[in-house]
Each structure stands twice: as structure tokens, then as C-alpha cells.
Design a protein around this ligand. Structure first.
Ligand SMILES: CC(C)(COP(=O)(O)OP(=O)(O)OC[C@H]1O[C@@H](n2cnc3c(N)ncnc32)[C@H](O)[C@@H]1OP(=O)(O)O)[C@@H](O)C(=O)NCCC(=O)NCCS
Length: 179
């Protein structure tokens, strides 16, 4: 008999950047988050109107959003919001995976891809904030070498990003470095 139990089937979608035209799908993802995930994600209760304007603001401001996408539907997201005015290029990052897909490795895959993106955009430091009871997020942050500290009732994580490698010198071509 055909096994139709898909609860533990491996995720079949892709991890990729969202296009500007995918604002609606990002919004729909945030709106599908259950109450507990919303509270964990935003460190407090959130209503639908807040989530809709949050998604719009993120896209207007050029936030990097990487999605876990299945059949055109965004079911997980990693975000990088630039922190303006910092002495080193810094981003604030955040993650959300819909309840049915949590604890299946997607958070880790999104994190890995977000770090690669941050590096290619020249970010040197990433901050992540969560509440101290959010074990999944703390574990995820530690896995990617975040140094965690407790401050004002929140857990703050910092990740240092290795700079991209310089363009390699090619024989017979003048160096790009200027004296
Ligand atoms: C945090 C979140 C993004 C993690 O996504 P995920 O797809 O479940 O992550 P993974 O499956 O890759 O698991 C990441 C790590 O957390 C651990 N973990 C996952 N769920 C856990 C749970 N409920 N309790 C304790 N640890 C948990 C996993 O074991 C894994 O650690 P390991 O690799 O050392 O075993 C997801 O739980 C989520 O969306 N939560 C609601 C929103 C939120 O809390 N966002 C973070 C604030 S920015």
C-alpha cells in the first residue's frame, strides 16, 4: 500500500532569496505563524495588522529575505535588516519556520544561507535577539558561533563574519592594490 504519511518526509522545497514581487508570499508566511511562533519571533504578541505593515516596511527598506519556498509558497524565512550608523557594517537577523516544519533542519539551512549572503554584501557583524526561553533559537545561534549574553531580559547574540577573499592576482595582470 502507498505510504501517504508525509509528516516526516524530507522538505521538498528550495532555499533562495525572495524577489521584490514576492512580498505577498512573505506576508502570508508571517500571517500563518501560530501565536507561540509569533511571540518567539517578535519577542511579544503581534496582530495581523502589525505583521502586514512589518512585511511591507521590510521590503521597502531593502531587507535581505531568504525563504524556504515550496510550490511558490514561502514556509520559512531568514531576514537581515541593516543597522544604520554602526561603525562596522552590521545587520540584525531573524528567523521563522512554520510550526509543521520546525525541528527538521530548515532553520539551520536558512541560517547558513543568510551568513553566506551577509558575507557577500560585506556585513562584518550580525546581531540576533531572542527571549531567554527560546531554546531552539539559542541552540541555532550557538551552532553558528554566536556569542550569547543576557541583557535587559533578552538574549543577545553576536556573530562575526569573515570578510570575502580579495580578487586573486592573475599572472601578467597588474595588481589591483594601489600604493
Ligand atoms: C527558531 C526556529 C527558526 C528554528 O527553526 P528550525 O527549523 O526548527 O531549526 P532546526 O531544525 O534547524 O534546529 C535548530 C537547532 O535547534 C534545536 N531545536 C529545534 N527545535 C527545538 C525545540 N523546540 N527545543 C529545543 N531545541 C530545538 C535543534 O535540535 C537544532 O539544534 P541541533 O542542530 O544542535 O540539534 C523555529 O523554531 C521558529 O521559527 N521558531 C519561531 C520563531 C522564532 O523563535 N524565531 C527566532 C527569533 S528571531
Amino acid at each position: 500500500m502507498l505510504n501517504t504519511d508525509t509528516r516526516h518526509a524530507p522538505p521538498a522545497g528550495v532555499i533562495r532569496h525572495l524577489r521584490p514581487s514576492e512580498l505577498g508570499q512573505f506576508k502570508a508566511h508571517l500571517l500563518r505563524l501560530d501565536m507561540e511562533s509569533r511571540r518567539d519571533r517578535f519577542n511579544g504578541p503581534t496582530n495581523d495588522a502589525f505583521l502586514e505593515s512589518y512585511a511591507e516596511r521590510s521590503f521597502q527598506r531593502g531587507t535581505i529575505v531568504i525563504g524556504y519556498v515550496e510550490n511558490g509558497k514561502v514556509l520559512g524565512a531568514a531576514e537581515l535588516h541593516e543597522c544604520a550608523g554602526e561603525p562596522t557594517p552590521t545587520g540584525e537577523i531573524a528567523f521563522s519556520v512554520e510550526r509543521e516544519l520546525q525541528h527538521r533542519g530548515l532553520g539551520s539551512l536558512l541560517f547558513e544561507r543568510l551568513i553566506a549572503s551577509a558575507r557577500s554584501f560585506g556585513y562584518e557583524k550580525l546581531n540576533v535577539t531572542t527571549h531567554p526561553q527560546n531554546e531552539a533559537m539559542k541552540r541555532l545561534a550557538r551552532k553558528f558561533n554566536a556569542s550569547l549574553r543576557f541583557e535587559d531580559g533578552e538574549t543577545q547574540g553576536v556573530i562575526e563574519i569573515e570578510p570575502p577573499l580579495p580578487v586573486p592576482a592573475r599572472p601578467g595582470v597588474g595588481s589591483f592594490a594601489m600604493a
